[in-house]
Design a protein around this ligand. Structure first.
Ligand SMILES: C[S@@+](CC[C@H](N)C(=O)[O-])C[C@H]1O[C@@H](n2cnc3c(N)ncnc32)[C@H](O)[C@@H]1O
Length: 387
């Protein structure tokens, strides 16, 4: 699959690079669609009965299941392939994006010039911001250098690379602008809180703005703000949005403690942010959401379901694989948290909390043929309203 460039900031691959990417994509689809169901069969037919024979009971949690599964050849090969495709994805895309970074930086500088008459949004970077340790301690999900590392002055490599690799990772099922999460969660928010007419909306952990821009479309009267700790992603996000004609206020800030005034926002959203923060970070961000929301405002966060909402412990092991083998150390413990308790502690009233609600995928409604490879036919969301 060779993709057409969806916007002028896209680091479009050449023929050979696209062919390499196609190979990685096919391998990813093969592991996910063809091999992963075999793990379930292995568990049901071999691992669980063996465990029951040894212990006189079924495994009770993901840890017991993981240790038992780890003994099996098929599971080891599956894990090796899954990890290898992840690394191959970054290896192949990284090299190709690196070759285009100089050109992209020039284009981004053009979008940032005050003389650019099409310029609509703003970009505010803070070189003194301390990047949280949960971002610097590992190369998160094997992305070399993570989101924040800067290879040169005014660098945007991490952002340009993310735009390409997310498309591959989503196996094409997030649409050409990788914006299905944002479109689907924004639609959910607009339907669930139909009475809410936000003046200002904030996205926390926006990366390159894939999910941010749909809020501009759905809430044309609102001012849209997006923050992230990673400067290279924000530079790319700003240029990408400008190239697509969207006005967003991007700033480099830690969602745990921002510089916005109390009650500044009517809607706060995030998309796959929390599994990449620490448990302390999660608590702080929920507290900050409460401070930043105006009375009557709402927060909506998309994350994979909590373990308490998934009755079969086998299902917990699938995502938890990333905790142990994909450099996402907080995946497992995030999904153990009692989110309702944490939201209440952050100040949200008990009667206004929601969890395990679903935002159906807008892209899959438009393009059902992608259903076969989609990782997320509906996005689980949690959140609350401030009264
Ligand atoms: C998986 S990405 C989010 C993807 C993005 N929301 C989207 O929809 O495409 C996680 C992002 O959260 C950012 N991040 C992590 N901790 C943060 C924090 N405390 N404050 C702001 N951003 C944070 C990371 O730099 C990274 O860009």
């Amino acid at each position: 699959m060779v993709l057409a460039s969806p916007h002028t900031m896209y680091a479009t691959p050449d023929h050979d690079e696209a062919a390499r990417e196609d190979f990685v994509l096919e391998m990813m689809v093969h592991v996910s669609r063809d091999l992963t169901p075999g793990k379930r069969k292995l568990y049901d037919v071999v691992v669980k009965p063996k465990f029951e024979k040894s212990f006189g009971r079924a495994p009770v949690n993901r840890h017991e299941i993981r240790h038992a599964m780890e003994q099996e050849d098929f599971n080891q090969v599956w894990g090796a392939l899954r990890r290898t495709t992840q690394e191959l994805m970054f290896d192949s895309i990284g090299e190709s994006v690196e070759r285009r970074t100089g050109d992209l930086m020039e284009r981004a500088a053009g979008f940032a010039k005050p003389t650019n008459s099409r310029r609509q949004g703003t970009l505010d970077l803070d070189p003194t911001l301390e990047i949280p340790r949960y971002q610097t301690a590992v190369d998160i999900h094997c992305k070399p250098g993570g989101y924040h590392s800067e290879l040169t002055r005014d660098d945007l490599f991490a952002g340009a690379e993310y735009d390409r690799s997310y498309n591959l990772f989503a196996m094409g099922a997030s649409g050409p602008l990788n914006d299905d999460m944002g479109r689907s969660v924004a639609r959910y928010a607009s339907r669930t809180f139909a009475d809410l007419k936000p003046r200002r909306i904030l996205e926390i952990g926006c990366t390159v703005g894939h999910s941010t821009l749909p809020y501009c479309d759905l809430y044309p009267d609102a001012e849209i703000y997006a923050i992230d700790v990673a400067a290279p992603c924000l530079r790319y996000a700003h240029a990408r949005a400008e190239s697509l004609g969207y006005a967003v206020h991007w700033s480099q800030q830690n969602g745990e403690q921002t510089n916005f005034p109390d009650g500044h926002f009517d809607l706060i959203v995030s998309h796959i942010l929390f599994h990449e923060t620490s448990n302390k970070g999660l608590r702080n961000i929920l507290g900050e959401c409460h401070r930043l929301l105006a009375k009557g405002g709402a927060m909506v966060h998309f994350e994979a379901p909590q373990y308490e909402d998934m009755p079969d412990p086998y299902d917990h092991t699938l995502g938890d694989w990333s905790t142990h083998y994909n450099a996402e150390p907080f995946w497992g413990t995030l999904h153990d948290q009692n989110l309702r308790k944490l939201m209440e502690k952050a100040g949200f009233p008990k009667g206004e909390l929601f969890q395990h609600k679903f935002a159906p995928s807008v892209f899959l409604e438009e393009s059902p043929k992608h259903r076969a490879v989609s990782r997320t036919p509906a996005y689980p969301v949690f959140g609350a309203r401030k009264t």
